[in-house]
Design a protein around this ligand. Sequence first.
Ligand SMILES: Nc1ncnc2c1ncn2[C@@H]1O[C@H](COP(=O)(O)OP(=O)(O)O)[C@@H](O)[C@H]1O
Ligand SMILES: [Mg+2]
Length: 552
Amino acid sequence: MQAEYVLGRERETSRRQIETEQRTRAAQQAAVAELGQLALTGADVASVMDHATRLVTQTLGAEFCQILEPSADAHALVLKAGVGWNPRTIGHSLSSSPLDSQAGYTLLSNEPVVVEDLRTERRFRAATFLAEHGVVSGVTVLVRGRDKPLDVLGVHSSRPRAFTRSDINFVQAVANVLTSAIERKSDEEALRKSEATARAFLESAAEGIIIVNRRGQIVLVNAQTEAMFGYRRGELIGRPLELLLPESVRDAHVRHRTSYFAEPRVRQMSRELVLAGRRRDGTEFPVEISLSYVQTPDGLQAMAFVTDITQRVELQRAARQTEKLAALGTLAAGIAHEINNPLGIISSRIEVMLLEAESEPLPQSLVDDLLTVHKHAERVARIAQGLLSFSRQSSTEHVPIDLNGIVDDTILLARGQIEKGGVTIRITFAAALPPVRGNANGLSEVVLNLLTNAHDAMPEGGEVSVETGVDDKDRAWVWMTVTDTGHGMDADTLARIFDPFYTTKPTGTGLGLSIAYGIVRDHGGTITAESTRGHGTRFLVRLPVSALEPMG
Ligand SMILES: Nc1ncnc2c1ncn2[C@@H]1O[C@H](COP(=O)(O)OP(=O)(O)O)[C@@H](O)[C@H]1O
Ligand SMILES: [Mg+2]
């Protein structure tokens, strides 16, 4: 009876024990689950650590918990989070010889370290930090990282205490949750950093960068693209790439794009292949494009690098023009020389014959012929004269000159010629125009040629206006525009007007503008024209300001 009672009591005790153990294990599992949940929601590492230390102490009924992180040089351990310690120690590094402690020993031994009584511990010395707080027992485990230990998690008590297998497993499970929280954060950080770096590269690129998906929709553009095409990026994302091309090539480009995606390859900038881009305001400009492609989680995408080559094209054109003029200049000088002498003889002979005809009458038809020959000889003489001034350009000396004065003088001389046939001249001078460095005769010839052409373009009358000014953006330049309300030109004509001998006039020489071009170039300036057929033409001459002595 007695024995039975004892047996029954023992059974009762072990049943209670099992129940307690089950409850403890359930509480531990719940704690790990709770912490895992917190880590998953992306909470920052510090609050996951804080939470972990509190959960561990509560669940195990211990007074102390600590998370220690080896410093970068591994010479110290920093208390990242903890419960039960002097609060001032959080965030600071602990003992001076950290490896000579329970935490240090844990880092080396790579498995949970259980201490039942620190005072009799033989494997390592008790850290002063633990001793100061009266710690007697504890378990420490590694928070293992992918390629190195991240932290040591320790739970401690001021009483001698045995830790069960399940307690140790619990602490290790918490440590594993910490591992995933820390690594997840650092992965995110790394990703964010690499994304930020990629974005910074993209935005600071000198080229416009446009990324397009398989359907030809713009997926991404950089700041340079916005500036180049005049769109905000919000107006481009999701729109077809062809928006950025001239209408005339859009259909062809859709086919081009489709075949590109069928067989993508990296295509280098091709200097020969100059394409056109179209800005938001409809204007077009020459571009160079190189292509490459990337396989993304959203499918194959093509990446275009776009360079605006307006300036280069302009420079090349100017260089060709200069070459043409130089070659021609030499030839022109020779020819003009050869023609001038015989022409002088022809002209003066005819003049003599016409004079004689007054006393010894000739048949009227013969007189008419002589007059015709004389008129054409004059014309040849004009051409020869033009050739000579064309080839003479670069030899003249440059001094500081007032451009307004040049325009005034030229108009004074030529007003009668220009205002023939209902043409009026309007002048708008900038006050206080700084002097340009140049040659008065040359610049006067430029003005005269522009005025003559303006006059020729307005057979029905109109207005030519001459304006001067200083460049707002770069005060080292002055400009002059000559604008007429004449018949204007089409693009083909406009492209050739500076070519020597290019003329659309029955009696033109086609030298006026090429001479003007040469003179302006010799002054270090530029001359350009814009024109709309039926509406008129504007010539713009830009000249560098004389940096030297003031006008004499
Ligand atoms: N203001 C203008 N308006 C229209 N066309 C012009 C104008 N200026 C020049 N051009 C065109 O440029 C051509 C070349 O001009 P230029 O070199 O001065 O030679 P020319 O006056 O002898 O024809 C002209 O024939 C004309 O077609
Ligand atoms: Mg002319």
